[in-house]
Write a protein that binds this ligand. Structure first.
Ligand code: GDP
Ligand code: ZN
Length: 309
C-alpha cells in the first residue's frame, strides 16, 4: 500500500520520511530518479513530498517510489559553475534571513546576495536583525535606516533580541503555518531565536567563540524541524551561501526588485547599468531612489565573475 510522506531529513542515501500521522520511516529510493533539465547530485531533498511503501514495519523502513512536482527548490551552488548542483531543500514557502549588524557583522553585500539568490529561486524573503539589545542608540538608528531601506524595496524586516525576548512573538507569527528556510551566518542567533519559541526542540546553540571555527559543521544536508502543526523550519547548517538558478549577467538586475521595475526605462534593452548612457538605474542611484549599497552589491555580482556564463 502506498502512503504520502514528507522528507524531513536526508543523508544522501537514506531519507527520513514523515507520514500524515507523524510517524517517521527510514526511506530508500527504488531505482534511479532523473529530474528533467536539471543536473543535480541528489534526487530528493528535505521538503520533498513523496510516495512510499512500508518495507519493514518493525524496522520502520520504507521504499520511496515517487516524488511530487516541486513548487520551488534551492541549490547549493550555481549550476553552470560545476555543471552539477546540490538540491538543499524543496517546497519552501518563505526564507527568513537572520542578520546581526555586530557580533558577528552581517555585511549588506551578504544580505543582498542572499536576497538575489532567493529571488532567483522565487522564494519570498524577510530579514530579521537580531541582537538589538547590544546596539547603542547610534547602532539602533543605523539598524532602523537599513530596515527602512529593505522595507522600501519590499522585504519585510523585524528587529529582535532572542536573549531579551524582544520580537519573539512576531517571529513566531511569521513562521505560523509555513515552511521557512531559516538562514544566516553562524552565531547570529538562529538556534536561540528558535529555542525561544520552541524550547522543546532544543536546537544546539553555539558560543560566539566557535563561529570562527569553520570546521564545526561539515554536513551539507538540510534538516527540517516541526515547530507546530504545519509549521516547519529548514536549517542548512554549514551552508554559507545559496546558489543562483542559471543566471547571466543581464539577468541579475531582474533579481533586484527596485531595478526590475525600472529596467524598461533604460535607453538600451541590454543595459548592464554600468556606464551606458541613458541608464535609468544609474539615474535612480544618483537621485537616491536606489540605495548606493544595493547598487554596489549589484556591481560586485555583475563584475564578480561568479555568475557569468
Ligand atoms: P546560531 O549559530 O545562529 O544558531 O547562533 P546561536 O543561537 O547559537 O547564538 C550564538 C550566540 O549569540 C550565543 O552565545 C547566544 O547566546 C548569543 N545570542 C543569540 N541571540 C542573542 C541576542 O539577541 N542578544 C545577544 N546579546 N546575544 C544573543
Ligand atoms: Zn541601465
Amino acid at each position: 500500500m502506498a502512503y504520502n510522506g514528507l522528507v524531513i531529513r536526508s543523508t544522501g542515501s537514506w531519507y527520513d520520511v514523515r507520514d500524515a500521522d507523524g510517524h517517521i520511516f527510514q526511506g530508500r529510493l527504488k531505482g534511479k530518479f532523473k529530474i528533467k533539465g536539471l543536473k543535480v547530485t541528489n534526487p530528493i531533498a528535505v521538503g520533498d513530498r513523496v510516495t512510499f511503501e512500508v518495507e519493514d514495519k518493525a524496522e520502520n523502513t520504507a521504499i520511496i517510489s515517487d516524488i511530487a512536482p516541486r513548487e520551488n527548490y534551492i541549490i547549493r551552488q550555481s549550476v553552470h559553475k560545476t555543471a552539477h548542483g546540490h538540491i538543499l531543500a524543496a517546497n519552501i514557502d518563505q526564507a527568513i534571513l537572520l542578520a546581526t549588524l555586530t557580533l558577528p557583522r552581517t555585511s549588506l553585500g551578504f544580505i543582498d546576495r542572499f536576497l538575489v539568490s532567493a529571488e532567483s529561486f522565487r522564494i519570498s524573503t524577510k530579514v530579521i536583525f537580531n541582537k538589538a539589545d547590544i546596539l547603542n542608540d547610534e547602532g539602533l538608528a543605523y539598524q532602523q535606516e537599513i530596515m527602512d531601506m529593505y522595507e522600501r524595496i519590499g522585504y519585510q524586516c523585524l528587529s529582535t533580541s532572542a536573549t531579551e525576548g524582544v520580537g519573539v512573538d512576531e517571529f513566531r507569527q511569521l513562521l505560523d503555518h509555513k515552511v521557512t528556510l531559516l538562514s544566516g551566518h553562524s552565531g547570529v542567533g538562529k538556534s536561540s531565536l528558535v529555542n525561544a519559541i520552541a524550547p522543546d526542540l532544543n536546537l544546539r546553540t553555539n558560543e560566539v567563540s566557535t563561529f570562527a571555527n569553520k570546521g564545526v559543521h561539515t554536513t551539507t544536508f538540510a534538516e527540517m524541524f516541526e515547530l507546530a502543526p504545519n509549521t516547519y523550519i529548514i536549517d542548512t547548517p554549514g551552508i554559507k551561501e545559496l546558489g543562483l538558478i542559471d543566471t547571466s549577467k543581464e539577468e541579475i538586475s531582474h533579481y533586484f526588485p527596485e531595478m526590475r521595475e525600472r529596467l524598461n526605462q533604460c535607453r538600451f534593452h541590454n543595459c548592464l547599468h554600468i556606464n551606458e548612457p541613458g541608464c535609468a538605474i544609474k539615474d535612480a542611484v544618483a537621485e537616491g531612489e536606489i540605495a548606493e549599497s544595493r547598487y554596489l552589491s549589484y556591481l560586485s555580482m555583475v563584475e564578480g565573475g561568479d555568475n557569468r556564463r
